[in-house]
Each structure stands twice: as C-alpha cells, then as structure tokens.
Design a protein. Structure first.
Length: 151
C-alpha cells in the first residue's frame, strides 16, 4: 500500500467522504490548506451529493489533476485538450481496475439509496461497501500519475 493510499483510507475512516479523502491526501502537493481542500471536495461525496453519479474518488482525482496540471486560459485549445486527455486517462485507469467510474454501479444494491442523508459509519457500513478500497485505489492511481509526470 502506498503512502497516499494509506493517508486517503485513514481520512475516509475518520468520516470524510470519498472525494474529501482522496483530495485530503494531496493537500501538500496542491499547496492548499487542508480545510480549503476538504471544503472544495465536500460536494462530490456519494457520487456528487449522494446522487450516485461519478464516484467521488474519481472526482477527487480530477480536482487534484486540475489543481496541479489544469489550464486557466479559456482560449488555449491545446492546454484544454491536453488536460481532458489527462482526465480521460485517469478515468480509464480507475475503470480498468473497478469496472466503472459511476458510484451506483460500484455500490451495486447499496447504490440505490440516494437520499441526501449520509450513511452512518458503522462497522457494518465498512463491511458492505467498497468505498474505502476505492478511495485507496484512486489515491494510488493519482500518486502513480504524478510520479510519472515528475519522472
């Protein structure tokens, strides 16, 4: 298990949502205060506010990628294209390992519940959901991607 994977999983066990857990593990690299990063990622848990759309771990990777490698010139077509390629690569890696990037598909039967009330974090919760493992996977994928960019 990588250092970032361990850190992200620990944040999830503390009670942070899936997106916050991934983003929180990379605060230093993003040069962002932890509280700011956690607030930015707070909307993406449960597949975007428990709508069960794109998995929060994947959204977390995308937030990190944007902070580190994103573009800011709206007419820079090449930078935009390069960044979207990056995002698609990260999504493809996650999907290759997990079969989907969609929260409800990853959760199976548990993904049918999309009420706004977050699930209580009990031992039963951790036993029946793959979320902690998915958090670790996303952190590991992002860490490997960053290492390749630096190398």
């Amino acid at each position: 298990m990588t250092l970032k994977e361990e850190k992200a999983r620990a944040l999830f066990r503390e009670g942070y949502n899936c997106a916050q857990s991934v983003v929180g593990a990379f605060c230093d690299e993003m040069q962002m205060e932890k509280e700011t990063a956690l607030r930015l990622a707070s909307s993406f848990g449960g597949g975007m506010g428990r709508l069960r759309e794109v998995c929060g771990t994947v959204s977390g990777m995308f937030l990190i990628a944007g902070a580190l490698y994103g573009y800011d010139a709206p007419k820079d077509y090449e930078a935009k294209k390069e960044h979207y390629e990056r995002i698609q690569e990260l999504a493809a890696r996650f999907q290759a390992e997990n079969g989907s990037i969609v929260c409800r598909e990853l959760l199976g039967a548990a993904g049918r519940d999309n009420s706004p009330a977050p699930s209580r974090r009990t031992e039963e919760y951790y036993k029946k959901r793959p979320c902690e493992e998915l958090v670790g996977t996303a952190a590991r994928i992002m860490e490997a991607y960053m290492a390749r960019q630096e190398g």
